[in-house]
Design a protein around this ligand. Structure first.
Ligand code: ZN
Length: 86
């Protein structure tokens, strides 16, 4: 099952959005206004460089929750426990 959100480069970060993607593609068109998981309204961008922007930390955490993955904090905590145990 696909996740209910789409990664989208906008405002110089890679955000994620639960807005429906228009048309047949899997990505938003450029110059669309979307609401991100971190609660911002941004204008989308397309192209090679925007996809390499840094991931928005707020969207990253929200996307992990939606995907049923542990948060980055939980992963870091687990890694610290492993290091202590060795
Ligand atoms: Zn964001």
């Amino acid at each position: 099952m696909p996740h209910p959100f789409t990664w989208v480069p906008a405002a110089r970060q890679r955000h994620a959005s639960c807005d429906p993607v228009p048309g047949p593609g899997r990505a938003f068109p450029a110059e669309a206004t979307v609401t991100t998981l971190c609660g911002r309204e941004v204008t989308t961008e397309r192209g090679e460089i925007p996809w390499l922007w840094e991931t928005c930390p707020g969207c990253d955490e929200q996307a992990r929750q939606l995907a049923g993955l542990p948060s980055r904090a939980a992963i870091a905590e687990q890694a610290a426990r492993v290091r202590e145990g060795s």
